[in-house]
Design a protein around this ligand. Structure first.
Ligand code: FPP
Length: 240
């Protein structure tokens, strides 16, 4: 029987994809405000967008996806919003486990554990352990994460280890998760800043900023970002 491949699938197969894509998922609050809804509903919609993006990233052959879900600075938000984000993450892990295992996705979290509830830490560690031998997309959630905190934590680990000298490659091994650097950093909602995300790892990442608010970001938006990335002239400080 002849199998016809959908036009959209042919497009994906022809598209070169970056190995590691990192995303600052911004604009949930504004998405909700525009609709007269509470901010927490914006985060809930944001979680739905994330589900679509992970599945599509895996389908496109992206090997690593890191998303910024909660920063070390986000504790400054109202108690209600912080609790809602913690609850959302716990529910997300529970609901996504099936999808993650079915799609051969390896799940991991980058960030500090302090202030995070023992129940949430347990849920994170269980899914990290369960999915650790999966060989498809590595899905890394930056949670209670700060780029400066990550560098300071790495320096402390180095001091504790007693090693006497370090170079750029060996330094990377002390970061939360030793993943390759992202080639592409996407930020939604039009803000032009890095917000303490992956400060070490994005030294040579290409940056793509879209005005689209995170809950409106979908498969087509991801493809648009990657098409844009494919037109970039990457020189890494050299000359072509
Ligand atoms: C930034 O938008 C978004 C966050 C701080 C949270 C991101 C969370 C999700 C996308 C939901 C999925 C979460 C988990 C834990 C899997 P903002 O609230 O700063 O938006 P604003 O700038 O419009 O106010």
């Amino acid at each position: 029987m002849v199998q016809f491949t959908k036009r959209s699938e042919v497009k994906i197969m022809e598209m070169g994809v970056p190995n590691h894509v990192a995303i600052i998922m911004d604009g949930n609050g504004r998405w909700a405000k525009k609709r007269g809804l509470p901010r927490t509903l914006g985060h809930r919609e944001g979680a739905a967008s994330l589900r679509k993006v992970i599945t599509h990233a895996a389908k496109m052959g992206i090997k690593y996806l890191t998303v910024y879900a909660f920063s070390t600075e986000n504790w400054k938000r109202s108690q209600d919003e912080v609790s809602a984000l913690m609850f959302l993450f716990k529910t997300y892990i529970k609901n996504e486990e099936k999808n993650i295992m079915k799609n051969n996705i390896r799940f991991m979290v980058s960030g500090r554990k302090d202030n995070v509830s023992p129940a949430l830490i347990k849920a994170i560690e269980n899914l990290e352990e369960k999915s650790k031998n999966n060989t498809g997309l590595t899905f890394n959630i930056a949670f209670n994460y700060g780029g400066r905190a990550e560098i300071v934590d790495a320096v402390n680990k180095i001091i504790e280890s007693g090693v006497e000298s370090i170079d750029e490659e060996s330094f990377s091994k002390y970061l939360y998760n030793d993943l390759p650097d992202p080639e592409l950093l996407i930020r939604t909602s039009g803000e032009l800043r890095i917000s303490n995300f992956l400060l070490w790892q994005i030294a040579y990442s290409e940056i793509y900023i879209t005005d689209t608010l995170w809950p409106d970001f979908d498969e087509a938006e991801l493809e648009k970002a990657i098409e844009n990335f494919n037109k970039r002239d990457r020189r890494f400080g050299g000359v072509k």
